[in-house]
Design a protein around this ligand. Structure first.
Ligand SMILES: Nc1nc2c(ncn2[C@@H]2O[C@H](COP(=O)(O)OP(=O)(O)O)[C@@H](O)[C@H]2O)c(=O)[nH]1
Ligand SMILES: [Mg+2]
Length: 256
């Protein structure tokens, strides 16, 4: 798959948009992936937002290793970085995020959701504004804006194309997490690596034996490599292979 067209032109304007809007906002909500929260943070954001607070949402915690997520929350607490673990798709998401915000900030609440593609920005915003007013999906760039959404309780949400581009897009974990597309030529190596995370003793070919055992075969009984790789990547993403985190606090750099 070609990467061309992946990032619409309006994202070039994101830095300026964020800098310009920051003074009007009480905070930015940065959505990261609970399975690799430092890897999926957008480093330049902290500078772009200036003095406006950033609150990290460690989203998709339903598919992350719960103990690792807890360790991350403690790690951020120690680093004095506002962070909350969330499952945006869960029914209690609105309540959880609202309380995380009101615990840290005084009203009025004027907020915006930012972060790398596919981490759940639209899902978070939908949860907060209700009535599915924001489109979600696999493709970034579906959100058009900026547009203020005013809630009855006085909260205001800015629906802006808050997607920022990843700097570590060549890291295989970014493809596994869906931040960038999986290059079909790399699917096999990604599948092997994730298989070894689930099974630390596994050899290089063991993931193919799993495919065979599942009946992912081509004519002649040869294992269907592509289908097996796709199934492992899908199994990681849905956690049907188990809840697995890709990054633990001790692996992250000291700069956060
Ligand atoms: N497992 C899980 N998936 C989620 C969660 N939140 C969002 N997603 C999925 O992540 C994908 C991207 O979500 P979306 O809100 O469109 O991300 P955006 O590109 O950042 O706006 C969609 O397939 C969502 O269903 C969550 O809390 N848990
Ligand atoms: Mg979106």
């Amino acid at each position: 798959m070609s990467n061309r067209g992946w990032y619409p032109g309006h994202m070039v304007a994101t830095q300026k948009t964020i800098r310009d809007l920051a003074p009007y906002l009480s905070a930015f909500i940065e959505v990261v992936d609970a399975r690799a929260p430092e890897l999926t943070r957008h480093r330049p954001l902290a500078a772009w937002v200036g003095r406006t607070p950033l609150i990290l949402v460690l989203n998709k915690s339903d598919v992350a290793d719960p103990e690792v997520t807890e360790a991350w929350v403690r790690w951020y607490q120690k680093a004095n970085i506002a962070a909350v673990a969330l499952t945006a798709e869960a029914p209690d998401a609105q309540k959880r995020l609202k309380s995380a915000i009101t615990r840290r900030l005084k009203p009025p609440y004027r907020l915006s959701v930012v972060g790398l593609p596919n981490l759940g920005k639209s899902t978070v915003l939908n949860r907060m504004v209700g009535k599915n007013r924001v489109r979600t999906g696999g493709k970034p760039g579906l959100t058009r804006g900026p547009q203020w959404i005013r809630m009855e309780d006085g909260w205001e949400w800015l629906d802006l194309p808050g997607v920022v581009t990843p700097s570590k897009s060549r890291d295989w974990r970014m493809a596994l997490l869906g931040v960038v597309p999986v290059d079909p030529a790399e699917a096999e190596s990604i599948a092997m690596q994730v298989w070894k995370l689930y099974h630390p003793q596994a050899g290089d070919e063991d993931w193919l034996m799993w495919g065979k055992s599942r009946g992912y075969l081509q004519q002649g009984g040869v294992v269907d490599v592509q289908r097996t790789a796709d199934a492992i990547i899908a199994g990681f993403r849905s956690a049907s292979l188990g809840r697995l985190s890709l990054e633990a606090p001790h692996e992250a750099g000291p700069d956060a």
